[in-house]
Design a protein around this ligand. Structure first.
Ligand SMILES: Cc1cc2nc3c(=O)[nH]c(=O)nc-3n(C[C@H](O)[C@H](O)[C@H](O)COP(=O)(O)OP(=O)(O)OC[C@H]3O[C@@H](n4cnc5c(N)ncnc54)[C@H](O)[C@@H]3O)c2cc1C
Length: 501
């Protein structure tokens, strides 16, 4: 086959689409403006510390396995996936510490220490998530997003009982659902937190996201030994294997277009690369605003994208310490005292919360190769509002870093400041400039309304034949498994559309 495709961006979604198309015989070229592949799945290495600067948790590993299989390879030959158990340690302001364990019966026993009723309800809550997953996964997560009517029709055909419809479209928030199953405030906060896995607020994201804890408990929480970035390296290896060309340090200036549709890309160097198909892995809002030439940029689409609410952003500290914190697990959460206020600050006031929930990932607890002997590599992440002109990280950065360190020192990491040997701060502004993420959003758009999960931007440009979108800002959403699925959906669309020509 001599069909050509130009992919803008070597994020996980762009690489996934490239692997699948090259494996089908397409001539694939990927243009990445950064020096390394992976996009937000990124890495910082310094003096023996290794930090994954984006994703720290891999879920639904079978999605990655399926991608490797499409290239005639086996993920388990290349990556050593370590199951994490306990999954996460939760530390509360009242001094309570709770380890969420992977085995559901053991988890139930742990919950019973807080509330027998909540412990009884834990399997029922997971079962709710399972039923929603069984109904929605095939027509929705694993498939192209049609218009709203098509998705609705596909869902309706899978609904066997009125109760199923009530579950999928329950007009309540995840928090309201969680509160029905759990009375203990500690347990509520744990299960509310799953809304942040797609960058949303538990008080506004719909109950359908009960599928996230179900997926975590059914398919596990995983860490690729050697660090999350091993996944990016493995995907780059697959691209090489299937004959795709990857050009790093090669920013794209524009998508070239004619009256017939997208015709290729223009690099910042001035070179024009013609292609039969163009796939943008860049945030779709950024793609429309900056990469599609003004004459081919429908105002209605730009305005619709501007109206969609961006997802959470993140404030990150990378801390290399010269001491070990034996009480840290691989994943740790230091909760805020008032979760509702925290999300009100983030999504309504659009300011960084004064009492944030702080996530600390210490891969050195599982994998000593990630820090010098006697040290830890702490990846510290705080949920932050998406960027607005009213909140300046240039002004807030240092003070916020101190606020986060104060809280960590207070809640268990004693003397942390004295033990920091390496430090880097990453703000939402850095996420915007490094990866082209609109408003610094980590997951594209939030899912803070009942219909949001079913109405994300589609993977094919309606107005510009030959242009497709892949990655966290489009269907089926953000997070590693979903962006890999978007690569699969786009590859299927491209194959189908070009066969029809
Ligand atoms: C702090 C943080 C924590 C996260 N935690 C998790 C987690 O634990 N688990 C999880 O599953 N997910 C997590 N995520 C989300 C996950 O990283 C993303 O959903 C996913 O990596 C996005 O992939 P993507 O395909 O959308 O591409 P992106 O990562 O958005 O990559 C887009 C690429 O396009 C390139 N690009 C932009 N403009 C141009 C241009 N003009 N020319 C050429 N190239 C261009 C960029 O440089 C970039 O490489 C996290 C993200 C962050 C930032």
């Amino acid at each position: 086959m001599d069909k050509t495709v130009a992919i803008i961006g070597a994020g996980v979604g762009g690489m996934a689409a490239g692997i699948r198309l090259a494996a089908q015989g397409w001539q694939v070229q990927i243009f990445e403006r950064n020096a390394q592949v992976g996009g937000k799945l990124n890495l910082v290495e310094q003096d023996g510390w290794r930090f994954d600067t984006g994703p720290s948790l891999l879920t639904m590993p079978d999605v990655a396995r399926d991608l490797f299989a499409a290239a005639g390879a086996s993920l388990d030959d290349v990556l050593d996936l370590v199951p994490l158990d306990p999954i996460c340690r939760y530390v509360y302001p009242d001094g309570i510490i709770f380890d969420a364990v992977a085995d559901t019966e053991q988890m139930q026993a742990a919950i019973s220490e807080f509330s027998e009723r909540d412990a009884d309800n834990f399997p029922k809550f997971l079962d709710y998530g399972r039923r929603v997953f069984d109904i929605t996964a095939e027509p929705f997560l694993f498939s192209e997003l049609g218009d709203f009517g098509t998705v609705g029709g596909a869902l309706l055909r899978r609904l066997n009982r009125p109760l199923d419809l009530a579950r999928v479209m329950a007009p309540i928030s995840l928090h309201t659902l969680v509160s029905r199953y759990f009375r203990d405030p500690h347990m509520r906060q744990i299960f509310d937190r799953y809304a942040t896995y797609n960058g949303s607020s538990p008080y506004r994201a719909p109950a359908v996201y009960a599928i996230i804890p179900y997926v975590e408990y059914s398919y596990g929480a995983w860490y690729p030994r050697g660090g999350m970035y091993r996944l990016a390296e493995a995907l780059a290896g697959l691209l090489d294997k299937v004959g795709a060309q990857v050009h790093t340090d090669t920013p794209v200036r524009a998508i070239t277009c004619s009256d017939k549709g997208a015709t290729g890309v223009e690099l910042v160097s001035g070179e024009i690369v013609p292609a039969d198909v163009v796939i943008s892995n860049v945030d779709i809002a950024t793609t429309y605003r900056y990469l599609i030439p003004p004459d081919f940029r429908p105002r209605a689409v730009v305005e619709r994208l501007a109206r969609l609410e961006p997802s959470l952003s993140g404030f990150v500290l990378l801390l290399g310490t010269d001491c070990r914190y034996a009480h840290l697990l691989h994943h740790n959460i230091y909760f805020s005292d008032n979760y509702q206020q925290e999300f009100y600050d983030i999504f309504t006031r659009l300011v960084a919360p004064r009492d944030p929930t702080i996530y600390v990932c210490a891969t050195s607890r599982t994998d000593p190769t990630q820090a010098p002997s006697g040290g830890e590599n702490l990846f510290v992440l705080v949920n932050a509002p998406y960027l607005t002109p009213e909140f300046s990280w240039a002004a807030e950065r240092d003070g916020y870093r101190d606020l986060v360190l104060d809280k960590l020192e207070r809640m268990g990491l004693a003397g942390l400041r004295e033990h920091i040997v390496y430090e880097q701060v990453i703000t939402p502004e850095d996420l915007a400039t490094r990866y082209g993420a609109q408003h610094g959003a980590i997951y594209g758009f939030s899912s803070n309304s009942l219909f949001a999960p079913f109405t994300r931007p589609q993977n094919r440009a309606r107005d510009l034949p030959g242009l497709y979108f892949v990655g966290g800002s489009v269907h089926p959403g953000g997070g590693l498994p979903l962006v890999m699925l978007s690569g699969k959906i786009v590859a299927e669309l491209v194959a189908r559309d070009t066969m029809a020509v």
